[in-house]
Ligand binder design. Structure first.
Ligand SMILES: Cc1ncc(COP(=O)(O)O)c(C=O)c1O
Length: 390
C-alpha cells in the first residue's frame, strides 16, 4: 500500500496532548477497573427533552431534507439575535452580525485562517483551549503567549506585551469563564481589552463557551456587553454547554460584521450549512423555556460545592471556581502536573487533566471536570484522600 506524504500544513498541527491520557484510561478500564473520568470536558447530562422533540419533529419535515441555505436559516440567526438581546441586552443584526458554525471548535480554527496570513502574529492566552493553536498552525501564523497567572486572577496582563508585539498582533483569543482555570472576567478587564484592541487594530475573539455557567448568583459577562466590542471583535457562543448539545455541533460567531462575512466566506467553500432539523431545534432551544439552563448551572454549582468541600476536608487547599464546570487545583510539592495526574490515575483510578496540557503556565496544576454525580465526585476525593498526599 502506498503511503502518501502529509502536506507541510498538516505537519504543523500541534500534537494532541491528551491522547496519551485517553489511552492510559482505556487500558485501565479494559483491565476491569472502576475508573472515575474527570479529565475531559464532555457534558454528562442529556439535551433537554423539548429540544430533542423539536429535532424529531423537524427531521420529518421534507423541507429539512434538502440542502440548507449556505449561511444558515434566517430564523436561526434571528433567534441568536433575540437570545443576545434577552440575555445580555446586546443588539445584533442577524443578517450581518451572526454566523452559524459547526460548533465553536470549527469557528475558532476557521477564524485564524480568515484573518491571518503566513507569519502574522496572534496573541494567545497561555492556558487555553488547545484548538486556538490548531487554527494558527493551519494559517502558518506566529504566536505570542499571554500568561494567565493566579496573581492576576488568571487574566492576561497587557502591560507585559511590548510595543512591537502589539503593533504586529492581528488577532487575540480570550475565553471567560475560562477553561481550564474557571476564572471569570471583570467589566474593567473587557473595557481595557477593547481600548487596547482599538489602539493597535487587533481583532478580539472571545470564546464564551461557558457563558451560562456562573456561580454564587453572578451571571458571566458577554464580551459584547462592553462598549465598542463589536467594532473590534466577535464572540463565539456554543450550544454545547448551555444546552448539553455537544454532539449536535451548533455554535455562532456574533459581532463584527467583517469577521462574520469572512467566516461565512470560508464556510461557503468548506460546507453547506447544518442539517435544517438541527437548526430548527437550535432555534427552539434559544427561544424556548430556559428553566433547564438555570437548573444545569445549579447542578454544576451543587457539584462544585460538594467537590470543593470534600477536597478541603482531605487537606487539599484550593479555591472555589467562579464558573465553568472545571476546578483548577494546585498540586502538592514534589510532583509535576503529569506525574501527579499519573499517581491519581494509577493509584486512585481517578482521571484528571495535567495542567501543562493547556500551556506552560499550567505546570503545577491539574484540571478536574465536575462531570459526574456528587456521589462519584465524593468517591473520587475519598480515593484520593486515602493516598495521604496532602
Ligand atoms: C473553551 C472552549 N471553547 C470551545 C469549545 C468547543 O465547543 P464546541 O463543542 O462548540 O466545539 C470547548 C469545548 O470543550 C471549550 O472548552
Amino acid at each position: 500500500m502506498h503511503t502518501f506524504t502529509q502536506s507541510e500544513t498538516l505537519k504543523r498541527l500541534p500534537e494532541q496532548f491528551f491522547a496519551r491520557l485517553v489511552k492510559k484510561t482505556q487500558d485501565l478500564k479494559e483491565k476491569g477497573h472502576d475508573v472515575i473520568i474527570l479529565g475531559q470536558g464532555n457534558p454528562d447530562l442529556p439535551t433537554p427533552d423539548h429540544i430533542v422533540k423539536a429535532l424529531q419533529k423537524a427531521a420529518e419535515d421534507p423541507v429539512n431534507h434538502k440542502y440548507s441555505p449556505f449561511q444558515g436559516f434566517d430564523y436561526l440567526k434571528e433567534a441568536v439575535a433575540a437570545f443576545y438581546k434577552r440575555e445580555y441586552d446586546v443588539t445584533v443584526d442577524p443578517g450581518r452580525e451572526v454566523a452559524v458554525l459547526f460548533g465553536a471548535k470549527t469557528g475558532l480554527v476557521e477564524v485564524s485562517q480568515c484573518l491571518l496570513d503566513s507569519g502574522d502574529l496572534a496573541l494567545l492566552p497561555d492556558l487555553g483551549y488547545p484548538d486556538y493553536l490548531s487554527g494558527i498552525a493551519l494559517a502558518d501564523a506566529a504566536t505570542e503567549f499571554m500568561p494567565l497567572l493566579k496573581e492576576n486572577d488568571f487574566l492576561p496582563d497587557y502591560k507585559h506585551l511590548s510595543e512591537s508585539i502589539l503593533e504586529q498582533a492581528k488577532l487575540m483569543f480570550l475565553n471567560y469563564p475560562n477553561n481550564p482555570t474557571a476564572a471569570t472576567a471583570t467589566e474593567a478587564f473587557f473595557d481595557e481589552t477593547v481600548e487596547l484592541a482599538k489602539k493597535y487594530d487587533i481583532c478580539v475573539v472571545h470564546d464564551f463557551a461557558y457563558g451560562a455557567i456562573g456561580f454564587d448568583g453572578k451571571k458571566p459577562r458577554s464580551f459584547l456587553q462592553t462598549s465598542g466590542a463589536k467594532d473590534i471583535g466577535i464572540e463565539m457562543y456554543t450550544m454545547s454547554k448551555t444546552y448539553n448539545m455537544a454532539g449536535w455541533r451548533v455554535a455562532f460567531a456574533v459581532g463584527n460584521p467583517s469577521v462574520v462575512e469572512s467566516l461565512n466566506l470560508i464556510q461557503d467553500h468548506l460546507y453547506v450549512s447544518l442539517f435544517g432539523a438541527i437548526q430548527h431545534a437550535a432555534a427552539e432551544a434559544l427561544k424556548g423555556d430556559q428553566t433547564p439552563v438555570r437548573q444545569l448551572a445549579d447542578t454544576y454549582e451543587a457539584r462544585r460545592n460538594c467537590f470543593i468541600n470534600a477536597v478541603r476536608e482531605i487537606g487539599w487547599d484550593v479555591e472555589a471556581p467562579a464558573g465553568t464546570f472545571f476546578a483548577w487545583l494546585p498540586i502538592p510539592e514534589g510532583y509535576t502536573s503529569e506525574s501527579f495526574a499519573d499517581v491519581l490515575l494509577e493509584k486512585a483510578h481517578v482521571v484528571v487533566a495535567p495542567g501543562n496540557g493547556f500551556g506552560q503556565s499550567g505546570e503545577g496544576y491539574v484540571r478536574v471536570g465536575l462531570l459526574d454525580t456528587e456521589e462519584r465526585l465524593q468517591e473520587a476525593v475519598d480515593r484520593i484522600g486515602k493516598l495521604n498526599l496532602f
